[in-house]
Design a protein around this ligand. Structure first.
Ligand code: HEC
Ligand code: HEC
Ligand code: HEC
Ligand code: HEC
Ligand code: HEC
Length: 349
């Protein structure tokens, strides 16, 4: 262990921003020489992470992925509204990915955020808009509806495959129905932005912008649990477990083959050929991806994965996460084929 921490210390460096008068506008008290600790290998500089190496064997990072995975894609997207194929990243993001000026460390201007649903908003906080330009997912209610459009709800259709919302979509969770990145069932209403206390209502109020680390030491001041919202987060986990079991029952009964999730490889949901409830290594093969999706299964799996992909769902917007899970469970229960009942639950309002 000691060699790991020595390595970390060796790679750690300090950056100071001496805020100039121009930067400290409206006579704000001058924060002189604020020191920021940046650790290579951690968070946005996690240079060994999959998010930075997925394209190692390819010539470049494709345009559709470059906004969130390359050094300069974000800047190009903000300026031109589009991205071009980009060179590989070797060290994770660069300082210039987010900072427009390396003298003042001013961040890139982000006037509004457009989510995959097509909905746009301005959080009123430039840094938060910046975070949400990447932490927003890649699919939405609209794209799921497009995939299942016109198909009978409980008939397996080989045209359907897994619709993956993508990783760490925290901004979309935070904004709930204002972003519509979760799958929202017709006829239901959903929670919008979860508003916490003003000082800790933005991404950088709770997270360090460089390492991503949660500023947990701030929580205890007001919350008696280690951090606020632990109870909600535990309920989210509980609902998630029940939804997973219902998904497996339903797929077995309606699709005719069993399904299970593995974190190991895309598309994550495979046919559980031996029916042991999990995906064994010999079941992880491209030709063994799950193929008996019905529209109802597509909706439920989409929501399960959305909540799973935001490990902070219970904190970012517990109400929205629970509404999505509840409605997915309810839908599967209504099929009569999932072995679940939701009579013991109440939909969070
Ligand atoms: C809107 C922003 C956005 C776009 C566009 C995007 N990604 Fe990502 N992606 C992310 C974020 C944020 C993460 C970080 C989560 C993580 O590492 O788990 C991530 C993580 C990943 C990972 C690592 C997953 C893991 O297991 O850790 C892979 C692989 C990936 N993306 C592939 C792609 C591909 C391929 C494309 C283009 C087709 C793409 N991404 C486009 C935001 C995006
Ligand atoms: C993912 C985006 C992102 C990347 C990449 C990034 N920063 Fe930052 N940085 C921010 C944000 C957002 C803030 C403001 C944080 C706050 O208000 O607490 C910030 C603040 C700072 C500050 C303090 C400035 C001030 O006004 O308080 C310094 C110094 C800094 N960053 C240096 C760096 C350096 C050096 C790098 C590259 C090694 C880097 N940053 C990479 C987003 C980023
Ligand atoms: C250019 C796209 C981009 C921007 C902008 C961005 N992120 Fe990220 N973020 C990522 C990717 C990619 C990862 C995954 C890195 C990895 O492999 O660990 C990530 C990881 C994270 C993590 C998890 C870190 C960990 O190691 O578990 C947090 C938390 C996070 N980001 C918060 C933020 C916040 C807060 C902001 C705004 C200040 C922000 N991000 C801006 C792309 C982005
Ligand atoms: C009220 C505080 C709070 C706010 C505001 C907040 N988060 Fe979080 N976030 C958390 C907590 C708590 C977790 C769970 C951390 C854990 O389990 O280790 C988390 C988890 C995450 C993760 C997953 C990190 C991982 O490695 O599993 C990402 C990414 C993330 N947040 C990004 C964001 C972004 C982007 C925003 C702004 C849209 C945001 N968060 C706003 C508290 C907050
Ligand atoms: C200055 C006081 C204060 C601090 C500090 C604070 N919170 Fe809170 N938080 C509140 C208040 C007030 C509420 C609303 C009442 C409630 O539900 O407990 C709340 C509610 C929440 C909720 C919603 C709980 C639910 O059941 O819906 C979450 C999640 C949360 N806080 C997370 C955090 C995290 C994470 C931190 C530390 C990064 C934090 N809070 C720090 C005051 C604070």
């Amino acid at each position: 262990m000691s060699s790991v921490s020595a390595w970390r210390i060796a790679l750690m460096f300090f950056a100071s921003a001496f805020l100039t008068a121009a930067f400290a506008a409206d006579n704000a008290p001058k924060k002189a020489g604020k020191e920021v600790r940046i650790q290579l290998g951690v968070g946005h500089f996690n240079r060994d992470g999959k998010a930075f190496h997925y394209w190692d064997k390819e010539k470049e990072i494709p345009a559709v992925c470059a906004r969130c995975h390359s050094t300069g894609g974000l800047a190009q997207y903000l300026q031109e509204g589009k991205t071009s194929p980009a060179p590989q990243v070797k060290n994770g993001f660069a300082c210039s990915t987010c900072h427009a000026d390396m003298g003042t460390f001013e961040r890139r201007r982000v006037e509004k955020v457009t989510f995959p649903s097509g909905l746009s908003l301005d959080s009123g906080n430039n840094d938060m808009n910046l975070c949400m330009t990447c932490h927003q997912g890649r699919e939405s209610t609209a794209s799921v509806n497009k995939a299942i459009g016109g198909m009978p709800l409980d008939t397996p259709n080989p045209k359907l495959g897994f619709v993956h919302v993508h990783y760490f979509p925290a901004g979309a969770m935070k904004y709930g129905t204002e972003a519509k990145v979760g799958y929202e069932y017709e006829g239901k209403t959903y929670a919008g932005r979860f508003n916490h206390i003003p000082a800790l209502n933005s991404c950088t109020g709770c997270h360090d912008p460089h390492s991503g680390e949660l500023q947990e030491q701030k929580c205890g001041q007001c919350h008696r649990d280690r951090r606020g919202g632990e109870e909600k987060a535990a309920t989210v986990d509980e609902y998630k477990k029940e939804l997973y079991a219902a998904i497996q029952q339903y797929a077995h009964n309606v699709g005719g083959t069993s399904i299970a999730f593995t974190p190991e490889a895309y598309p994550y949901w495979y046919t559980d050929t031996n029916g042991n409830g999990k995906i064994d290594s010999d079941e992880i093969r491209p030709d063994n991806s799950y193929k008996a999706y019905t529209p109802r299964l597509e909706q439920a799996i989409y929501n399960y994965t959305f909540v799973l992909r935001d490990p902070g769902a219970g904190y970012h917007n517990g109400r929205y996460a629970l509404q999505l899970l509840y409605d997915s469970l309810e839908s599967l229960a209504q099929s009569g084929k999932a072995g679940v009942s939701i009579r013991d639950k109440q939909r969070p309002r």
